[in-house]
Write a protein that binds this ligand. Structure first.
Ligand code: GLA
Length: 379
């Protein structure tokens, strides 16, 4: 049954349209977004799709194919952070966020479907937010731009979900274009599409989902963010973006050892993003492989957001012939990416799978992704 038919069965009316938004991998630039820095993600060919109609009252009814059962009903009137739990917080959070930004919206009927794996560090939550955001933008005739919708999604995530995340995920989902990565300056929100030709160069981008689920609403993510804020305060800059590698020796003298390593990751990671963009534009994706490796080492040793499963995935992928590999996303679980020659995909997949089995880890999910088109209407 297609989504429109399911919508009719669930809500007793036809949907006004169908929109979709992709998940993402981040090629490089991790935890740099909330430091006003640089990121280079691309949208992947895994999408959240939403069939949607607007209502004449202020009730939102949400249902999905991935959490079957009852329709969740929420009244937008007087809605506050903390009022909703479960996955419905993402779609409803977007409508709440639109209202907070001064846009008058009505209720909606929403039916969601998704093939973005949840908790895998591939931005399944941003995909939901962005699918609903583009649907609402069109149905309520709001005329918001991609970068404006990014901030709507981020606010939903920060205030309704309670995860202090930056703009990486929503930007990737909304601003991407097929065959390209998005080079984004998170301070100005200016972005540029950079060609990322995998097929033409005989390359595959593998995702290795460790199946270690993570959450950014608690723990490590927020504490890394606080360390970065402390680092910026002590160094008397607005954000760590304002430091360069030549400032690191001064930082070493002023910061405690752990905060220094956090700061060093952000400063060197920003430099790696800029280097990766240059190499991509002059030589193509193959040339950025060593930067992926260096980024992973920095996250493992300086920022300390990797985990044994991610380190094993990266090490074994590389030993089996991957050109470069790193964890992607917020860390503490989720996925790694491995840039691999097409001919080596089988060997990398088998080696990582058997290393996980030998270590007694849950079997990883390993699959190829390509740079896909950002969010938009499909029907
Ligand atoms: C998560 C957050 C992003 C970003 C990354 C780390 O995906 O949602 O805002 O901070 O972690 O780069």
């Amino acid at each position: 049954m297609n989504l429109a038919t399911r919508f009719e069965a669930r809500f007793g009316r036809t949907p006004a349209g169908i929109w979709r938004a992709p998940g993402r991998v981040n090629v490089i630039g991790e935890h740099t977004d909330y430091n006003d820095g640089f990121v280079l993600p691309f949208a992947i060919d895994r999408f959240t799709t939403v069939a949607a109609s607007i209502r004449t009252d202020r009730t939102v009814r949400v249902s999905s194919t991935f959490a079957p059962g009852d329709v969740v009903e929420v009244d937008l009137e007087g809605l506050q952070p903390g009022d909703i739990s479960g996955w419905a917080v993402y779609p409803v959070g977007v409508l709440w966020s639109l209202e907070q930004a001064g846009h008058r919206v009505l209720g909606m009927d929403l039916l969601l479907d998704s093939d973005v794996p949840v908790g895998a560090g591939l931005s399944s939550s941003a995909a939901i937010e962005c699918a609903v955001a583009v649907a609402a933008n069109e149905l309520f005739d709001l005329g918001l731009t991609g970068p404006e919708l990014v901030l709507i999604g981020q606010r939903a995530e920060n205030e309704m979900v309670g995860a202090p995340t930056g703009i990486l995920d929503q930007s990737a989902s909304l601003l991407s274009s097929q065959g390209h990565a998005v080079f984004l300056d998170c301070r100005s929100q200016e972005s540029r599409l950079v060609p990322f030709p995998l097929m033409e160069d005989g390359l595959t981008m593998l995702v290795i989902d460790t199946r270690i689920s993570h959450s950014h609403a608690t723990g490590g993510y927020a504490s890394r963010r606080r360390s970065c804020e402390v680092g910026a305060d002590v160094m008397a800059v607005a954000a760590l973006r304002d430091l360069s590698e030549s400032d690191l020796s001064e930082a070493a003298g002023l910061l405690d050892e752990e905060t220094f390593r956090r700061v060093r990751h952000i400063v060197t990671e920003n430099a790696r993003v800029l280097a990766a963009v240059k190499l991509l534009e002059s030589q193509g994706p193959r040339a950025i492989a060593p930067l992926l490796d260096a980024s992973h080492a920095s996250m493992r040793d300086d920022f300390e957001i990797s985990c044994p499963e991610l380190d094993l995935a990266v090490d074994i992928a590389r030993d089996a012939g991957a050109l470069g590999a790193r964890m992607t996303g917020g860390g503490f679980g989720g996925s790694a990416i491995a840039l691999t020659n097409n001919d080596d995909v089988g060997r990398v997949t088998e080696s990582v799978t058997s290393a996980f089995a030998s270590a007694g880890y849950t079997a990883p999910a390993i699959f190829a992704v390509v740079p896909a088109e950002g969010a938009g209407r499909v029907e």
